[in-house]
Design a protein around this ligand. Structure first.
Ligand SMILES: Nc1nc2c(ncn2[C@@H]2O[C@H](COP(=O)(O)OP(=O)(O)OP(=O)(O)O)[C@@H](O)[C@H]2O)c(=O)[nH]1
Ligand SMILES: [Mg+2]
Length: 305
């Protein structure tokens, strides 16, 4: 029997898969258990979720005892952008304005001493933003820089660019966006000159101020566009008129099988066929199999029998 996932459950599940810490995962599992279908066909799913919940809770408690604190390491999100820059350039202020987290911000140097994370919600996607201690700090984490999907290089002056570039050189696959912060300090003439310089060097850049919020929306859009991702919207069985507004997020060239597995592990085995509407098909409601390659903004309806 197919599991008739409702909207709240799908949302909780999305939270589970995009969670960056074990604590967030646990919270999402709790929500999944609370909102899951109550009919008998879902009994196995309930058992499975309960086991996962118990195990994770035990692991969190064990790791708390080990470390003596509740703070766990950073798990890379599906879309991760990392803030890199010299001390005082405004990295933590940017984390705060993008994600509503409350990192420590101060006018003295070397304020941030360990990586902090926040989630930027944009175009229905959860983007993980990581704020790092400054370059030159002992706790600057090169590993996180090297594995980032997108690097946000925060500067206050043009001449800082080479120093920041040097730290990000090894990560060749990441998209790089230069964030020129503290625009509120400059008049229009100087802003124009800064823009010209950045343009002439062909950088992808945003000029912002965390004080006046100018440029912040432009920055969010640039961050989102830096991920080469595909969003697929699904219609849930039994709720065919209603579209789930949280898309399944995938890498380019993903198939319908990947979409099904993202909704629920093992779900693709139950799918007999799908109907798809959108850029990847020839006509609306085209009947396709699991090997079909999806494109951004496709709408999919799975049929299990
Ligand atoms: N004028 C102006 N000041 C800003 C802006 N954004 C941040 N600041 C100030 O710059 C200083 C440093 O800000 P942080 O966000 O702590 O900088 P950081 O890059 O995280 O610093 P570290 O953690 O030491 O690397 C603080 O005094 C902020 O208030 C801005 O847009 N305009
Ligand atoms: Mg900081």
């Amino acid at each position: 029997m197919p599991i008739n996932a409702n909207f709240e459950f799908a949302n909780a599940q999305e939270k589970y898969y995009s969670a960056s810490t074990d604590e967030e995962k646990l919270e999402a599992l709790e929500e999944m258990l609370r909102t899951m279908p109550s009919h008998k066909g879902a009994e196995n799913l309930r058992k499975n979720l309960r086991t996962r919940y118990k195990k994770l809770k035990q692991e969190i408690e064990k790791s708390k005892k080990r470390k003596g604190s509740g703070k766990s390491g950073i798990k890379k999100g599906e879309m991760q952008a990392v803030l890199v820059g010299l001390t005082n350039s405004g990295k933590s202020s940017i984390l705060k304005i993008l994600t509503n987290t409350q990192p420590k911000i101060a006018s003295y140097g070397f304020t941030t001493t360990s990586p902090e994370i926040g989630i930027l919600n944009y175009a229905n996607c959860n983007i993980q933003i990581v704020d790092l201690p400054p370059i030159a700090s002992e706790s600057f984490d090169k590993g996180i820089v090297n594995s980032a999907d997108t690097l946000l290089m925060v500067i206050e002056k043009i001449h800082e660019i080479p120093a920041v570039m040097e730290q990000t050189r090894q990560n060749k696959k990441a998209e790089k966006i230069i964030i020129f912060n503290k625009m509120d300090l400059y008049d229009e003439e100087i802003k124009r000159k800064i823009k010209e310089t950045l343009r002439s060097k062909k950088y992808n850049f945003s000029m912002i101020s965390t004080f006046t919020k100018e440029g912040v929306e432009d920055l969010k859009e640039k961050i989102f566009k830096s991920f080469k991702i595909i969003r697929v919207y699904t219609k849930h069985p039994g709720k065919r008129e209603k579209l789930d507004n949280v898309p399944v997020v995938l890498q380019p060239n993903s198939t319908l099988q990947d979409v099904a597995e993202k909704i629920l592990h093992g779900y693709s085995k139950k799918v007999k066929y799908a109907k798809i509407t959108g850029p990847s098909c020839k006509f609306p409601n085209q009947k396709v199999g699991l090997k079909h390659i999806v494109q951004d903004k496709d709408i999919v309806e799975f049929f299990t029998e």
